[in-house]
Design a protein around this ligand. Structure first.
Ligand SMILES: O=C(O)C(=O)C[C@]1(C(=O)O)C=C[C@@H](O)C=C1
Length: 361
């Protein structure tokens, strides 16, 4: 067969497969909608992360290895995210404006199909979820270079919300402006953390150009979108959102900069087999109090992944401890550990059990 005929034949086969895929996607969407009706009647949450995890690992097993695994995961993740919206419109609040890293985290977790609501402050995100105007919220909690986002931890003691998930987002900074030309830059604007993280690059490539602080990387991008003399340091999503060009990508001085975000909602998901549990505790003011509180986990071989103290507002020199351990509260060993821990604390609050997020590669 001539090359031209062969090409036509293969393309016809691909067109045939695409028709099937689109038809099957429609069928899958309708089935998800029917499942949604049953969930609504029995007052069950639409989002079922343990079922999603089960589906994803089955899909990866089904793959004969020809199709690249990461792409399969991304495509299937988006299919499930979209089918979820057939059950319930997913309204997700995040720390805005559009194209912040919180927005990137929200898209990574909920997919493109959700309805995203940018808000001005972390407290506003908690407020929106508690009021029920949004089902979920996405807030930053910790950066691998700058440390904890204290306003997120503090908000947990003011609102009765649960953690439903965590997302790790690699923080890659791009220098963006209207033309993509470095010669046009008279000023560089960004969030103080982003400016600090690109200090060496700026000194080397733009030594005489002044910098200015903005309240977020996305605000800086908005600014650059209206002023051709300004360049912003922001995410690649910001460049896309505000129609800007990339002068230089990945200008951060250290690679591996990652931010951990929390997904907050009204209830925590069921166990998935690889979960984390977050707690807030306060201690009696006596020697060995913290040691006694943590012993129940040590004895059971439960791994504590984080402990952080925050001052109690209005009570000088008293502290709350935020603790993350591996495991789900519905696992007996975790439940027992927490029960025993509660005997030696003056206050213990369960913030949620949720699937461990994937660290960026
Ligand atoms: O199996 C379910 O419970 C569904 O609702 C279907 C589905 C999916 O599309 O695969 C959608 C949403 C849930 O979070 C889990 C899975």
């Amino acid at each position: 067969m001539a090359d031209k005929d062969k090409l036509l034949e293969l393309r016809e086969a691909i067109d045939q497969i695409d028709r099937q895929i689109v038809r099957l996607l429609g069928e899958r969407f309708s089935l998800a909608r029917r499942i949604g009706e049953i969930k609504r009647q029995s007052a069950r949450a639409a989002l079922d992360l343990s079922r999603e995890k089960e589906i994803l690992s089955r899909i990866i097993d089904l793959n004969a290895g020809v199709f690249p695994e990461e792409s399969l995961k991304a495509i299937y993740g988006e299919i499930i995210n979209t089918c979820r919206t057939a059950q319930q419109p997913m309204k997700v609040a995040y720390l805005g404006p559009e194209a912040t890293f919180s927005h990137v985290a929200a898209i990574n977790f909920f997919g493109q199909a959700a309805d995203f609501v940018p808000l001005e402050a972390i407290m506003d995100v908690f407020e929106e979820v508690e009021s029920g105007r949004c089902q979920f919220g996405v807030v930053p909690v910790e950066n691998s270079i700058e440390g904890t986002v204290t306003s997120t931890l503090d908000a947990f003691s003011e609102y009765r919300l649960k953690i439903c998930g965590e997302v790790y987002v690699p923080v890659a900074h791009d220098l963006i402006n209207q033309t993509g030309r470095i010669e046009d830059i008279r000023k560089v604007i960004s969030h103080p953390h982003a400016l600090a993280q690109c200090r060496r690059w700026l000194r080397k490539h733009l030594p005489s150009v002044p910098t200015e602080e903005a309240s977020s990387t996305a605000y800086a991008a908005r600014w650059a979108a209206v002023d051709p003399s300004i360049a912003a340091i922001a995410s690649s999503l910001a460049a896309k959102t505000y129609h800007l060009q990339t002068v230089a990508a990945h200008i951060e001085d250290f690679r591996g900069n990652t931010t951990r975000f929390l997904v907050i909602g009204k209830e925590s998901p069921r166990p998935t087999g690889r979960d984390k549990t977050s707690l807030i505790i306060s201690l009696a003011d006596k020697p060995g109090a913290l040691f006694a509180t943590l012993q129940p986990f040590a004895r059971r071989g439960i791994n504590m992944t984080k402990i952080e103290s925050r001052p109690v507002k209005g009570e000088p020199w008293r502290y709350l401890f935020f603790i993350d351990i591996l495991g789900h509260i519905e696992e007996e060993i975790v439940r027992e550990g927490i029960d025993e821990m509660s005997e030696s604390c003056t206050h213990l609050e369960w913030l949620g059990s949720y699937p461990v997020g994937d660290l960026p590669r």
